[in-house]
Design a protein around this ligand. Structure first.
Ligand SMILES: O=C(O)CCC(=O)C(=O)O
Length: 256
């Protein structure tokens, strides 16, 4: 089946039904893109020229349309590449009204992160450069995203669905399957750190420890409580608040 034939809206999508109950400001749609769409995106990412990858110590990264200016968290206005827009933003995000209330009414920035088994990302917050909504599409393999209270505490509350162990305990754990969409916004965006443990396998998986267990496409796959990681790529879509037009930037530079 071709990509355009695949490009249908799924009538079963409904943000209310996708709400992760224990989090409220987070949503999970397991079957967000088809296998054909996933293959297409993976092929686009793997055929990008090598210099587009920035190698970091524990993962590698492509940034579209460009990194923010470090001093002012400003994005130089430029369109996202078409392959990152269709079908994810148009029509899928649009149908969900995901960015309907964001300043630019749509995402203007995408990070492509690649994690090999054993790689991850330290707990961090995305901060004030963005409208407080992140839409993450997972490709290639699943991974567990951990949410932490901003203050470091030992252990968690009784009703946590955090599991794991060792050092700092996550308050919540979200399993993101390949081809899924995870949306975090508002309180979850602002009040928690998020990170991915540097592990070869994710363990301690169960309906009690994984917040979105009831929304998984294949819970039976994780019934044993663990799985071995494989290479996973994420696309994180955001709306950067400050955007500069190239013409204005040039005027500004000429006046200096
Ligand atoms: O890969 C992910 O799901 C998380 C990426 C992330 O934390 C980030 O881009 O800030």
């Amino acid at each position: 089946m071709s990509l355009s034939e695949e490009n249908n809206l799924n009538p079963n999508w409904d943000l209310k039904a996708a709400r992760i109950k224990s989090l409220k400001d987070a949503f999970y749609i397991a079957d967000f893109i088809s296998e054909v769409e996933e293959d297409y995106l993976l092929q686009k990412i793997s055929s990008a020229p090598l210099p587009l990858w920035k190698s970091l110590s524990h993962r590698r990264l492509q940034t579209y349309p460009s990194p923010l200016s470090l001093s002012s968290n400003t994005l130089l206005a430029a369109p996202l590449p078409a392959w990152l827009t269709t079908p994810i933003v148009t029509p899928h995000f649009d149908a969900l009204g995901l960015f309907a209330e964001s300043p630019h009414k749509g995402p203007n920035h995408v990070l492509v992160n690649e994690y090999k088994p054993g790689q991850g990302i330290m707990p961090h917050e995305d901060g004030g450069a963005y409208y407080p909504l992140v839409a993450t599409v997972s490709l290639g393999a699943g991974i567990v995203l951990d949410l932490y209270d901003k203050e470091i505490r030992d252990g968690g509350d009784e009703d946590d669905c955090g599991g794991g162990g060792g050092g700092r305990r996550p308050k919540f754990r979200i399993l993101q399957e390949r081809r899924s969409l995870l949306v975090t916004r508002d309180r979850i965006y602002r009040d928690y750190l998020h990170g991915i443990e540097e592990r070869e396998r994710d363990e301690g998986l169960s309906a009690d420890s994984i917040c979105n267990w009831d929304l998984l496409r294949e819970p039976e796959r994780y019934q044993a409580g663990w799985y071995t990681r494989e290479t996973r790529i994420s696309l994180t879509y955001r709306d950067v608040l400050k955007v500069a037009k190239l013409g204005n930037t040039m005027k500004f530079l000429n006046k200096r």
